[in-house]
Ligand binder design. Structure first.
Ligand code: EPU
Length: 303
């Protein structure tokens, strides 16, 4: 960005722009070089103006969310990484028949949302207990676990583009396994999602959440630096099973290791670089392809 663009960007947003910001501090992998600028956007108006600005100035940009499904390359991202904060973290509850419609800002943490639902006795998002990431990111990926996914409970979505806000009913959107698309080809950012939830017994909801959290802890690496499942499951099979069957658990490159607990996770043992992770991903794809004829597709987004 040139000096004029830099001052233009600073004038657009209410929070200070972080220049040359290491994204390792903003990703669950703890890996990644700097973004030229990291921008926290406080409300819809700022987001709209920012999208207009990046379009006019032809500056690369991406929404970072909570950085949980992202591998940022060591050289970083030559553009603007956006975090939705402020208004994008709010929730609003309305009665809907026997249940509720819960409108949530895209910057809200998904696992905190599911914990809030547990406390309030709203049922439907139990599957999301322990899924890291933001609500917006979860919609983009149609995140799921234990047979549930975002598309099952979503009823409406709001997105913001350079001309303002658009809303879509779930029926107007396309969801697949770990995929989502909205009509039109504009640059749009998800600003909020509305979920239809049932009123349930808080204790029953709590038990189900606990069961899922325990299961997750049993079969997935807990607590460490990782980005969740690295590859999508191929039709009718499991990436984890395939990688495991190739004997790749525990394989290391530099500070990155294929988890010994779940083969579809790569863990950062402290000092992994993005290059280490990419090399392990290549090893996985090549080995699984050679042994099974299946080409695994990354679930993690590489920046
Ligand atoms: N398996 C192995 N070895 C391993 C890992 C798994 O043999 O190292 C076998 C398991 O025994 C099981 C099968 O593979 O028979 C499937 O494994 P698992 O039950 O762990 O489910 P998964 O398909 O690997 C998916 C999601 C997870 C989600 C779980 C629970 C994908 C790519 N992953 O994992 O989502 O938490 O189901 O529902 O769809 C994520 O998306 O980041 C994520 C963690």
């Amino acid at each position: 960005m040139n000096a004029l663009q830099k001052s233009g960007l600073e004038a657009l947003v209410s929070q200070a722009v972080e220049w040359d910001c290491p994204l390792s501090n903003y990703t669950s992998f703890g890996i990644g070089g700097p973004a030229e600028a990291l921008v926290k956007v406080a409300d819809q108006e700022e987001l709209q103006q920012l999208i207009k600005f990046v379009q006019e100035e032809k500056i690369p940009w991406r929404v970072l969310g909570r950085g949980s499904n992202i591998l940022v390359r060591d050289e970083g991202f030559a553009g603007i990484a956006i975090i939705l904060s402020g208004e994008f973290k709010k929730t609003r509850v309305e009665t809907r028949g026997d249940g509720v419609a819960l409108k949530v800002g895209a910057g809200h943490s998904l696992s905190k949302l599911s914990a809030m639902c547990m406390d309030q006795g709203f049922s439907g998002l139990e599957f999301a207990c322990g899924i890291p990431g933001s609500v917006g990111g979860a919609v983009m990926m149609n995140a799921g676990a234990w047979g549930g996914e975002i598309a099952d409970v979503l009823i409406e979505l709001e997105l913001v583009g350079s001309s303002g806000k658009v809303s879509y009913k779930k029926e107007e959107l396309q969801f697949g396994y770990r995929s989502f698309s909205a009509p039109g080809d504009q640059d749009l950012v998800i600003s909020s999602a509305t979920f239809a939830l049932n009123k349930g017994e808080p204790e029953e909801i709590r038990q189900l959440c606990r069961k899922y959290l325990d299961k997750r802890r049993d079969i997935q690496p807990a607590g460490g630096k990782n980005a969740g499942s690295m590859f999508k499951n191929p039709q009718g099979d499991s990436a984890g099973r395939l990688i495991d069957a190739c004997g790749l658990k525990g394989e290391k490159v530099g500070g990155a290791e294929i988890s010994v607990k779940h083969a579809n996770f790569i863990v950062n043992r402290g000092d992994a670089s993005a290059a280490d992770v990419l090399q392990l991903m290549e090893l996985i794809v090549d080995t699984v392809y050679r042994q099974n004829g299946i080409r695994l597709e990354p679930e993690v987004k590489v920046w």
